[in-house]
Design a protein around this ligand. Structure first.
Ligand SMILES: *[C@@H]1O[C@H](CO)[C@@H](O)[C@H](O)[C@H]1NC(C)=O
Length: 413
């Protein structure tokens, strides 16, 4: 009880530093929340690797958002995930199947506002990484973010596969992608829709800003539900249509390309052009590229395969300070935008590797997938506005220079 109260008051302390939502005027409201980068052990143990097995497991970075669930509030850190649509937490019953899980649980039995929802069927979701499935039940309960509580749906996980995430997930993608739809054909209202329907925000939008590379101390980003901060990007915030419904279920960003150009010191290369759709996924550390594009990048940086199972490559850490990087140019019906990503954002030091060896923040995928996930190693350089009313995602080059605590504007439908 005591640690829970302590965490809860810390959370309120953080939140009050940000513009606070004013529920008196729903149409002008927004909810601003910091999210924090934390490292955790890679969930599954890679089997084949070029390096000594003692060096692994590798750590992966995730972005966590602080929430409380239930009455009295149970504090949880959940991974912020724009690539999925279910919010879930481990229940104490999952302890046996997830020995490496963070030992922060949500127990519906300790919440007077928890209601089981057997009408939605089993909670059963699997993520992009091998063996990552979790199983449990649906509930509704009060989910509180940034001082704003709303009765919302969540999954409560009782069983985890060996590759399951170490902690719960805050999936805030389209309600059209909730896991129950694939399991039992039943759709429920996702978190963003709930905030909107309860008139806590004036549009079904959120904006995401990551901040600078993890090598700096600025590893805290910001998500704003129902608004954006117009000082956090350069040039125009350009909308691109979301593919919906998409062949793969997820809401994807339907863009031709992007065209990718890389610069290494004085040399510039065009990656082979290819048309595909992109999932902008805050839940992914890496950016996945078609093999033929990846190969040009890997050759230019003398990358070596480090782990076959995960497709992880390593490069010399010297590339962190080489001039240049990647320029992604997106061309859409409303304009064109180039996102420039310097090498220091994609050449990643890792404690499990020798000192001068760094991970490359890209993983090759088969050429014919037509669908690729762009994760942290792309997203850090962009300002993102997800608009589920217009079915667009707007992109601009992120600006790290400004510090304005009062520049958030509500977005009203
Ligand atoms: C969970 O979903 C997976 C994939 O959709 C399926 O193979 C599995 O049988 C489901 N598990 C249960 C217990 O329904």
């Amino acid at each position: 009880m005591w640690p829970a109260l302590l965490l809860f008051s810390l959370l309120l302390g953080v939140v009050s530093a940000w513009p606070s939502p004013q529920v008196q005027d729903p149409a002008k409201s927004f909810i601003t929340l910091p999210f924090t980068r934390k490292l955790s052990a890679s969930p599954a143990r890679p089997k084949r690797q070029a390096f000594d097995s003692e060096l692994l497991p590798l750590t992966v970075a995730s972005y966590y958002i602080e929430v409380t669930i239930g009455t009295p509030p149970q504090p949880l850190s959940l991974v912020l995930d724009t690539g999925s649509s279910d919010i879930w937490a481990y229940s104490p019953a999952a302890r046996g199947s997830c020995p490496d899980c963070t030992d922060i649980y949500y127990d519906p039995a300790d919440s007077s506002t928890a209601k089981e929802r057997p009408d939605l069927g089993l909670f059963n979701i699997t993520y992009g990484t091998p063996n990552s499935g979790v199983l449990g039940y649906y509930y509704t309960d009060v989910i509180r973010t940034g001082g704003v509580g709303v009765n919302a749906f969540l999954g409560v996980t009782t069983d985890a596969n060996e590759g399951a995430p170490p902690g719960g997930i805050m999936g805030i993608g389209l309600s059209e992608n909730v896991a129950s739809l694939y399991q039992s054909g039943i759709k429920y209202e996702g978190y963003l829709d709930t905030l909107y329907e309860q008139r806590l925000i004036g549009s079904r939008t959120y904006s995401v800003f990551f901040n600078e590379a993890a090598s700096t101390d600025k590893d805290e980003g910001v998500i704003i539900f129902g608004g954006y901060d117009n000082t956090k990007w350069i040039d125009d915030l350009t909308p691109f249509p979301i593919v919906y419904p998409s062949p793969r279920g997820a809401a994807e960003l339907n863009i031709e390309g992007p065209a990718i150009e890389i610069t290494v010191g004085d040399d510039t290369y065009d990656l082979p052009s290819q048309s595909y759709t992109v999932l902008l996924d805050t839940g992914s550390t890496y950016t996945y590229l078609p093999r033929r594009q990846f190969n040009v990048l890997a050759t230019a940086l003398d990358a070596e395969l480090a782990d076959e199972d995960y497709g992880l490559y390593v490069v010399s850490c010297d590339y962190k300070s080489v001039r240049g990087g990647l320029d992604y140019t997106f061309d859409g019906p409303d304009g064109r935008v180039t996102i420039s990503v310097p090498w220091e954002q994609v050449v990643i030091a890792n404690d499990a590797l020798p000192k001068d060896v760094c991970l490359l923040g890209f993983i090759p995928s088969p050429d014919n997938e037509g669908f690729y996930v762009f994760g942290e190693t792309f997203l850090r350089s962009a300002y993102l506005l997800y608009n589920y009313d217009d079915l667009t995602i707007s992109l601009a080059q992120a600006s790290y220079d400004t510090s304005c605590d009062d520049c958030v504007e509500a977005l009203v439908k």
